[in-house]
Structure formats: C-alpha cells, structure tokens
Design a protein around this ligand. Structure first.
Ligand code: GAF
Length: 396
C-alpha cells in the first residue's frame, strides 16, 4: 500500500541535493505549501457557496537563494513532458510579466508577478509530493509555495487572505484557469487536524476538528490525470452557473433556492438547469455536512458525500467512469460512511470516509476490483504554507 511518499524532511533533502547539483552552491531559503483534499463543496466556490477542504501532508517545496542579479532561474523536478525543466525570466519592475511558453513555469511567474513587493533575482528548484493532475491542487500548492518563498526572500509578509487572493490572480492570469478561491485559501490557511469550513462569499471561515484516530480519510488517486487548463470544461461550467444566476435575477447561485430554480425552469435549457441544481443542492449539503462533522455524526456526513458524488456525476457532468467505479466499490465495503470524487473532476481522486479498522480490507478490495491502478493516501489534515528555514538549517 502506498501512503505518503515523502516526509517534508526527505523532500527538502531532495530539493537541496538538486539545488546543489544545478547551481553549485548551498541554498539558504526554503518554503512549502500543501495540496488539499476537498471533503465536500465541489464547484461551489466560484458561486459564493461553502467548501470544506483540508490540507494534505503532500507538499510542494521550493528551495533557493538570492543571486544578486535581476534574473530568476528556476528548475523543476516534476515530470513536465516535453517542456524543458529549466526556465529563466527577469524579476518584474511593476507586475509587468506575461505568461510564457512553459506551462509549469507560469505558476511561478504568476506568483512572482503578483507578489506584493519588489522581487530580486534568485535561483530555485521545485520538488513536490503532490501528484500533478491528480485533483489535489498541485497548482495552488506551487503558487502558494512560491509566494511564501518570496516572503522569506524579501522579508515582506502579506496578510494571509490577501496572499490567497494574489495567488488566485496568478492562476487566473498566468494559467488561464478562472478558478475559485478554495485551493489557494486552504494552501495558505490549512491547520493540522482540522478541516476548513469556508464561506466563499464573506471569506469567513471556521476550523472543524478532524482528530479522531478511529476515523480515516482515504484519498484514492484513479491515476486518470486531468489538467484544468487543458480543456474549457471548467470555464464552461462557470459560465453556465453565471447564466443560470442571471436568468433567476440573483447575484450568484448562493442566493438562489431550488424553488426559485423550478420557477425559472422554462427560461433555462436542460443543461444549465442541471448545473444550477447541482450547485444549489451542493451548497446546502456542505453546510449540513459541516454541522454533522462538528457533532461527530459520520453517518450523515457520509450520506451527504454520496449525494454530492451523484450530483457531480449526473447534474454537473464532471465525473468519469474510473471515479464512479472507485466510489461504487468503496460504497460496498464495510465501515465506509461515504465516498465521492474530489476537486475539479474528469479524473484525479476520490475521498472516502471510513472506520480505521476497515482501511486495509477496503484498499484490498479496491485493488482487486478497480479496472485501473490506483494510489492510496491515508490522509491526516495538515498545516498551511510555511517557510522551512528551521528544517533547512537542520539538514545543511
Ligand atoms: C478546482 C478549482 F481550482 C477550485 O477553485 C474549485 O472550483 C474546484 O476545482 C472544484 O470545487 O480545484
């Protein structure tokens, strides 16, 4: 069974060794930011709704040093296909950078561009244990890790919520994904042993304890990769939601109800109606799920997860056969409270809530019955982005 691939220390050691081999000097700055799994509240963030993610012990780490020039040299350890693993660009004078040809480097460039302060030249390498295209928010973890690295490099700290908004801008403008705020928010504000219940309208949030040792959150990667910027499905869903809200005369789907939607059924085409129905019901489910989690009512929480999956599959059309199969198998296993796809969809991961004593048998059954090859993570809720200077010192 594959659990978490790297401890932070192992990942940092890997980054330091890579940095030394490329730049022929020791680094003096490191920062990390986590990936996330969303427990419930999918495709609700850009509709001003609720989300309930937790940060994962899978992180992106950036390791480097100022280089006394105005040039930025970065190198990634990730599998970036045919793209070169090294990139160079100038430090911005006034947020004047533009996206370039290298997809992976654009996330770094975006955070540099939107950083609230002057960025000097630097050298850095990036290593990560967040699977790319796995729906665990590898993009936000890279943006937020970069931003946190720049805070240490410049000594200039940004307010935490503002930092999440600036990293979201980086994704909008440099990766061309009109994402909501969930991923950057949890990457910045995640807390150990807690899920984060966020109201995406007011941006107020509450931490919900997730510290029971007899209950497990199992993240299962279908290993069907999907990149949100490789198709326009995400942007299409977002505009369908805006269209539905407009037709109902409300500012966002957060302000709509099922009865209002029914009343406007004739003004909406069938697809737009279904998209809005998912979002309106998902916002309600997420609010109820957060209440259930606070009370330790895992049966209710699990049923809401299942309903969320069926709604994403049938109304929002963002699941895929592999994710559906993983959910179906999980729901047949003893001790499972609920299971659903997590993240943007079209591939990536499922999240399953179950009893600790049933984890091994559940994993075995999924390995036997799943038509693909899955990767399993027994996840503990983790902390948000941080500088890793103390850890760096301890290993140099
Ligand atoms: C992606 C986006 F980046 C998030 O903002 C969110 O909309 C999610 O898909 C779906 O809930 O991760």
């Amino acid at each position: 069974m594959a659990e978490i691939i790297y401890s932070k220390e192992e990942l940092l050691k890997k980054g330091v060794a890579l940095y030394e081999s490329i730049f022929n000097e020791k680094p003096d700055i490191a920062a990390s930011a986590p990936g996330r799994v969303n427990l419930i509240g999918e495709h609700t963030d850009y509709n001003d709704g609720f989300v309930l993610p937790m940060a994962l012990p899978l992180v992106t780490m950036i390791v480097g040093k100022a280089n006394s020039t105005s040039d930025i040299f970065i190198y990634t350890d990730a599998d970036v296909g045919k793209e070169p693993k090294a990139a160079k660009f100038n430090s911005p004078t006034e947020s004047n950078l533009l996206p370039g040809k290298l997809n992976w480097a654009n996330y770094v460039k975006g955070s540099v561009n939107f950083f609230d302060g002057e960025v000097p030249g630097f050298n850095a390498v990036i290593v990560s244990s967040v699977p790319m295209g796995g729906g665990l928010s590898s993009s936000a973890s890279l943006e937020v890790a970069t931003y946190t690295f720049l805070e240490t490099l410049t000594g200039k700290k940004t307010d935490l919520k503002q930092k999440a908004f600036l990293c979201q801008q980086a994704e909008h403008k440099f990766a061309n994904v009109p994402c909501g705020i969930m991923d950057q928010f949890i990457a910045v504000l995640g807390k150990i042993d807690s899920a984060l219940f966020l109201d995406c309208e007011t941006k107020n949030y509450e931490l919900v304890p997730l510290n029971r040792t007899d209950i497990v959150i199992l993240v299962i990667n279908s290993n069907v990769a999907h990149f949100l910027n490789s198709s326009d499905e995400y942007a299409t869903r977002k505009s369908q939601c805006m269209e539905a809200a407009k037709a109902m005369g409300v500012e966002s789907l957060r302000k709509a109800t099922l009865s209002l939607l029914e009343a406007h059924k004739n003004n909406l085409n069938e697809t737009t109606f279904k998209r809005a129905r998912h979002v309106i019901t998902e916002i309600q489910r997420t609010e109820s799920a957060a209440q259930a989690l606070k009370k330790g009512d895992y049966n209710t929480f699990g049923s809401l997860m299942n309903e969320s999956h069926f709604s994403l599959r049938d109304d929002y059309d963002v699941s895929c056969p592999e994710l559906d199969q993983l959910v179906d198998i999980a729901l047949k296993c003893e001790g499972v409270f609920g299971s659903r796809m997590t993240g943007g969809g079209f591939g990536g991961c499922t999240v399953t809530l179950l009893k600790y004593c049933n984890v091994s048998s559940t994993i075995e059954r999924i390995q036997e019955e799943y038509s693909g090859s899955a990767t399993f993570y027994i996840a503990r809720a983790y902390g948000g982005a941080q500088d890793e200077l103390a850890l760096l010192k301890s290993i140099l």
